[in-house]
Design a protein around this ligand. Structure first.
Ligand code: GTP
Length: 604
């Protein structure tokens, strides 16, 4: 296809505004897939996506469109996720696009993620086509939505805003026509040396790493000798192809096109998203500027569970990380749980999706520790060449006697809520040490901007926000900086033995409350023994809360047991022996113990 007839575009929107449904209609109306083939939301094929009804991974698909002007166009469409935790996926897709369809649900109007994704698209200099969706819905307020869209950008003031129903297909044809009329063709040079952006990748046990590429210049063929400019690997392309949306091999990919390449490389670390692909013989001079790596907001430990071995978990995690470049991991060792990994995520929903993908796609069982934020700990006697320690695992938090002060990562949280919930939202933010930065009132909606510590929103903040606003509020977060905080570590001892995997860092002000809640929860989740076991929460070497996990059987010393005196004495001897032995904890902690910590930070 000649460059002038290629269009690469993404569909961006707030969550549930209909991106995947529009992608389905586009594939149907361009006959990329037949109506019969088209199960609903064809591109959301992952199990987790179907279970949650959301897009998690971006996906690209090539369509051929017979336009009303008599010409044929190649439309490379990239469907993107809408949830805040997957903004990094969106930004990778946008780097491979020249334009974006900005879809807004007429029943909800412009929402937080509409604005955030539009901002991202403008950062990539994309041409935007605003489209109003769900006009068939009785609750649609098309005029109000149109006014909101026009108010977003000065250049939207007099553009045509299309009004469609992705569900019924009404006016989707107008979108197909607007794509070639409005979005520019790619700018590449077909005769220049090969320059291609790797914007995604996945691992196949037979074919090795398969990378999604967007060609800027040149041609990419199978059996070509290729080179990765950052990673340095040199390899022969095993095959090249396109997504239709299934993988379909083609002879070559040309400047401006989007497709995949089978690298044959099995070493997972050698292919990085954002790298530039070129030929080994005649390489391009300048690499494409690298993406900014995604910044992890929350961390949690992953440990093998059940029949899963450490090696199996390691394999699964490294393959998954290849497919999700916002997911980071490093090996770690816990006294209580042995060898595992400290993993970084963009948010709690991201963590949940990764857990489920490990289970569904890699069939490994994972024990997940309670999530935490990142801390910078400044010591009284700093280590040489190290101003502060970066702590992503509470077990590594230094002893309080060595600490001078601690700073914690903060985010800017933009919350959009209907007016009636304003009071409840402000109260929630106050309870989480939020500091209001801005309040903007537009008709029935209020947009609140808060500065919040990551640890306060890492747990259940988003769910609490959804619940107090009956699902109407939206949350958009952006990393700000590190700020001074007064925090302490709560250490848990079960039967007098410290369990490092249960360590948590909390604000000093809340330590007492959280410690009491925590031991109470542990009372019913720690597996029982034949004897009672104390569970204690320690802060700065002092026990501040304690409960006893009840024994499995009655205590032999309890009155009313119909046994002989000698039998009782024998039982008592055994019980006290058990107590003395339990110096190092040998208790196998089930997932429910860690889940008990998950929402500990929430007000009752
Ligand atoms: N009435 C009506 N419903 C629609 C229309 N378009 C999408 N929907 C429905 O809206 C819901 C969300 O649509 P999706 O296409 O999954 O939305 P999405 O933007 O891809 O969502 P994420 O991938 O989670 O960000 C689904 O139940 C669709 O059936 C439309 O034009 N009219």
């Amino acid at each position: 296809m000649k460059l002038a007839n290629i269009r690469n575009f993404a569909i961006i929107a707030h969550i549930d505004h209909g991106k995947s449904t529009l992608a389905d209609r586009i594939m149907e109306q361009t006959a990329t897939v037949s109506k019969r083939q088209l199960s609903e939301q064809l591109l959301d094929s992952m199990e987790v996506e179907q279970a949650h009804g959301v897009t998690v991974k971006s996906r690209s698909v090539r369509n051929f469109y017979q336009a009303d002007n008599g010409q044929e166009y190649e439309y490379n469409l990239i469907d993107t996720p809408g949830h805040v935790d997957f903004a990094y996926e969106v930004s990778k897709s946008l780097a491979a696009s020249d334009g974006a369809i900005l879809l807004v649900d007429a029943t909800q109007g412009v929402q937080a993620q509409t604005v955030a994704n539009l901002r991202l698209a403008l950062k990539h200099n994309l041409t935007i086509i605003p489209v109003i969706n769900k006009i068939d819905n009785a609750a649609a307020d098309v005029a109000a939505t149109e006014a909101q869209i026009r108010a977003l950008r000065p250049e939207f003031a007099d553009v045509t805003i299309l009004k469609i129903s992705a569900k019924t297909g009404e006016n989707v044809h107008q979108v197909l026509e607007a794509i070639y009329q409005k979005i520019p063709a790619p700018q590449g040079k077909p005769d220049a040396p090969l320059k291609a952006l790797i914007f995604d990748s996945q691992y196949d046990s037979y074919q090795g790493i398969i990378a999604d590429v967007r060609l800027i210049d040149g041609t990419l063929k199978s059996q070509q000798k290729l080179q990765l400019m950052q990673g340095g690997s040199i390899f022969n392309a095993q095959a090249v192809g396109i997504f239709t949306p299934d993988m379909k091999p083609v002879k070559e990919l040309n400047a401006g096109e989007v497709g995949y390449i089978v690298t044959g490389i099995k070493d997972i670390a050698s292919v990085q998203v954002g790298d530039t692909l070129t030929t080994a013989e005649n390489p391009t001079k300048n690499a494409i500027p690298h993406f900014k790596p995604a910044q992890s907001m929350v961390y949690a430990g992953f440990y093998p569970k059940g029949d899963t071995s450490y090696e199996a978990l390691k394999q699964a995690i490294s393959k998954l990380a290849l497919n999700d470049s916002a997911f980071h991991y490093t090996p770690e060792q816990s006294e209580a749980l042995d060898a595992g990994f400290r993993c970084g995520f963009l948010g709690i929903f991201h963590l949940q999706i990764i857990q489920e993908r490990l289970r569904d796609e890699y069939h490994v069982e994972v024990l997940t520790t309670a999530p935490n934020a990142t801390y910078h700990v400044y010591l009284k006697q700093p280590q040489p060449k190290q101003e502060y320690l970066t702590i992503t695992n509470p077990a590594k938090f230094p002893d309080f006697s060595e600490i001078d002060y601690v700073t914690e990562s903060y985010v800017k949280a933009v919350i959009t809520t209907p007016n009636e919930y304003l009071g409840a939202v402000m109260k929630l933010c106050d309870q989480h040490f939020g500091e209001m930065v801005d309040l903007d009132n537009q008709q029935d909606l209020v947009t609140l901007t808060y500065k919040l510590p990551v640890s306060e929103i890492a747990y259940d903040f988003f769910n609490s926000l959804k619940s107090i606003t009956h699902g109407f509020a939206t949350l958009d977060t952006e990393f700000l900086d590190y700020e001074l905080v007064d925090v302490v570590k709560i250490q848990i001892q079960i039967n007098y033995a410290a369990v490092d995997a249960l360590d948590i860092i909390v604000p000093r002000q809340k330590a007492d409350l959280i410690a009491h809640k925590l031991v109470k929860k542990l009372k019913y989740t720690v597996p029982r023994r034949l004897y009672p076991m104390p569970v204690q929460a320690m802060v700065e070497n002092k026990s501040i809360a304690r409960v006893d996990v009840p024994p499995l059987r009655k205590n032999a010393a309890v009155n009313g047991e119909k046994r002989s005196i000698s039998k009782k004495q024998q039982l008592l001897r055994r019980q006290s022996l058990n107590k003395r032995q339990a110096v190092k904890s040998d208790i196998k902690l089930p997932q429910s113990v860690f889940d008990a910590i998950l929402n500990i930070n929430e007000p009752d």
